[in-house]
Design a protein around this ligand. Structure first.
Ligand code: DX5
Ligand code: ZN
Length: 240
């Protein structure tokens, strides 16, 4: 990809690495979540699926709460569910820092983002690979703390990253700067150390990684991702 990205000085940018619990060994969920945090993760990402919006069912607020109590980590809940508004209070009580809802799952996106904010949580919009961003974001920007760009179709971990979806990172980054807004640009799906630098260069501020963190040695995997992120930031500096 050759798009030229204008960003602020990269040294100002703190990129968060957020392991997705979906790829953990559920028999060792607490242990592995803690290991990820002790290995330098910046928080954890909880993938909530309901068997309707996406075919699989994962886990809910109770298990998320247990992980938060055990790790004291900042956890963002990615709700891949229909009627996500029905779960906001449960996840607030679970102790998450933010709730992200899919633009495709709701009729009242603006209202629901406001409801998340009113609970004192960070409000996020998630977009499937084929969902356009511009109009959705234009009318909700003051309510948005996070835009989650799906680089796989939601529902399963371990899928390859969809290259076409990466363009949206750059587009969202441009809109954010043009509007002088400030929110996280989270990329989720198929993230690994090979592509992390490019995602950062395009404007990602949060990288969610499941398989690339939990399959194999967690500590080593997180260091690999961190090194790739640092390299991506250095490349931006060199090009500026
Ligand atoms: C997919 C989820 C992702 C996914 C990430 O529906 O939202 O968070 O589990 O897993 P990997 O990194 O394995 O693609
Ligand atoms: Zn996710």
């Amino acid at each position: 990809m050759t798009t030229n990205i204008s960003t602020e000085n990269s040294t100002d940018r703190k990129i968060k690495i957020l392991p997705s619990l979906l790829a953990a060994d559920f028999l060792k969920l607490g242990e592995q979540a803690k290991e990820a945090m002790d290995s330098g993760a910046d928080g954890l990402h909880a993938d909530i699926m309901d068997g309707h919006f996406v075919p699989p069912i994962t886990y809910g607020a109770e298990i998320t709460k247990t992980v938060i109590e055990h790790t004291r980590a900042r956890v963002d809940a990615h709700l891949m569910v229909d009627n996500p508004q029905k779960l906001f209070n449960d996840f607030k009580e679970a102790g998450v820092c933010g709730i992200t809802i899919h633009a495709e799952a709701v009729n009242h996106l603006h209202r629901y983002l406001g409801m998340i904010r009113e609970l004192g949580l960070e409000a996020g919009i998630a977009l499937n690979p084929a969902t356009a961003i511009t109009e959705t974001l234009r009318y909700t920007i003051p309510l948005v703390d996070r835009v989650l760009i799906m680089t796989v179709n939601p529902g399963w971990g371990g899928q390859p990253l969809i290259l076409e979806a990466m363009e949206k990172i750059h587009i969202v980054n441009r809109i954010m700067h043009a509007k002088k807004a400030h929110f996280e640009i989270q990329v989720d799906g198929g993230v690994n150390a090979h592509i992390a630098g490019e995602l950062v260069r395009l404007g990602a501020t949060e990288l969610v990684a499941g398989t690339a963190v939990f399959k194999g040695d967690i500590r080593e995997n997180i260091s690999k991702l961190r090194r790739a992120v640092e390299k991506g930031l250095r490349n931006i500096d060199e090009k500026n």
